[in-house]
Ligand binder design. Structure first.
Ligand code: PHE
Length: 352
């Protein structure tokens, strides 16, 4: 029996050398130390052995069991160490690499300009009034004194929604923020028809025109409309307010000038230029050698527009203006192509 036991031990130990992972280690345990292993059968058959041989065989079998168990634990530990070493090698970490930058979102350049414009006018007592993007032809044109089929409409080619040939009043995407003037005045005057309150609002928003897209024209762009209506408002109030706006936005030394212009909904009408802040009026590429930069259209609210808004033009006067935030932003940051704003190119947006 004893040589057989030596044989069992030797076979088990040499099989253990071929065990390469935890799974086969468990198989090994079942084969060599499990209930039906040869070693266990020796224990089971001890009773049938000659009495005088039993102690020696029992002792030897126990010895082998302890030895195999100890070797199994050793082997398991070795396997775990090897696996760990391997993973440390393959999943090597270079702690000297620079960290990955955290990508932070930021405000769109137009949003920044809009917020600066809101701040300047908020300080002057103007409130923000939001009007809709989808308008009727009546609001966008007719009530603003653009007659039907008037050529001035061609300056603002429109995107019509569900165009209906017969309809005199189709839906369209607003071509400017001016229809908000009518909506705001109608809302205020409907609450106090006999004595409408004075108005001091700005109306920011997206506008849409059916244009050939180019470096200077986009089919969508923002505007900030302004409207002040009251009892004794004059053209010099308009000039003072807008000149001050230019100084607050572009710097105290900036001068403004007004040129006569034409809009159906204002009379008289003007466009405001600011002195080129790049060359201080001496003439450069940004101002095309003129020394001046155009940034807005404005004028005294046309009496027809006032009465369309429910304000009696015999009692009320007002001024209105429309600022182009894209233009303001292009001038301030020397951006030479308006298409950058709405193409969502991260390389452009990241610079702000
Ligand atoms: N709505 C005009 C435009 O889009 C701008 C404007 C607004 C002019 C208010 C005068 C007064 O061109």
């Amino acid at each position: 029996m004893l040589p057989q036991l030596d044989q069992i031990e030797e076979t088990a130990l040499s099989a253990l050398q071929n065990v390469k992972d935890e799974e086969s280690l468990e198989k090994w345990r079942v084969v060599y130390l499990g209930r039906s292993s040869k070693l266990m059968q020796v224990f089971d058959s001890l009773g049938q052995m000659p009495k005088e041989e039993r102690p020696a065989i029992g002792r030897r079998a126990n010895q082998i069991r302890q030895a195999l168990e100890a070797e199994m634990i050793n082997r398991g530990e070795t396997l775990r160490q090897e696996a760990l070493k391997k993973s440390l090698e393959t999943e090597r970490l270079d702690v000297s690499l620079p960290g990955r930058p955290i990508a932070l979102g930021r405000l769109h350049p137009i949003t920044r300009t809009l917020r600066e414009i809101y701040k300047v006018f908020a300080d002057m007592g103007f409130q923000v009034y939001l009007s809709r993007d989808v308008e009727t032809d009546e609001m966008n044109f007719q009530l603003l004194n653009f007659p039907l089929h008037h050529p001035a409409r061609e300056m603002q080619d429109s995107y019509y929604i569900a165009s209906d040939e017969d309809s005199e009043n189709p839906l369209l995407l607003r071509t400017h923020t001016s229809p908000g003037q009518i909506r705001a005045m109608r809302e205020f005057s409907s609450q106090h028809p006999d004595n409408p309150p004075p108005v001091r609002i700005i109306l920011p928003g997206m506008c849409y025109r059916y244009e050939q897209i180019s470096a200077r024209y986009e089919i969508q762009f923002t505007q900030v409309e302004g409207l002040a209506v009251g009892n004794n408002i004059t053209f010099s109030d308009l000039k003072g307010t807008l000149s001050d706006f230019a100084r607050r936005l572009f710097g105290q030394q900036v001068r403004a000038r007004f040129r006569a212009s034409h809009f159906p909904f204002t009379e008289p009408s003007a466009e405001m230029d600011i002195e080129c802040f790049v060359c201080a009026g001496r003439g450069c590429a940004v101002c095309k050698r003129t020394g001046w930069l155009e940034i807005l259209g404005c004028g005294m609210v046309h009496p027809t527009v006032l009465s369309n808004g429910g304000y009696d033009p015999n009692k009320y006067v007002g001024f209105a203006f429309g600022i182009g935030p894209e233009r303001v932003t292009m001038l301030r940051y020397r951006i030479d192509d308006i298409r950058y704003f709405w193409t969502n190119d991260i390389r452009f947006l990241e610079q702000f």
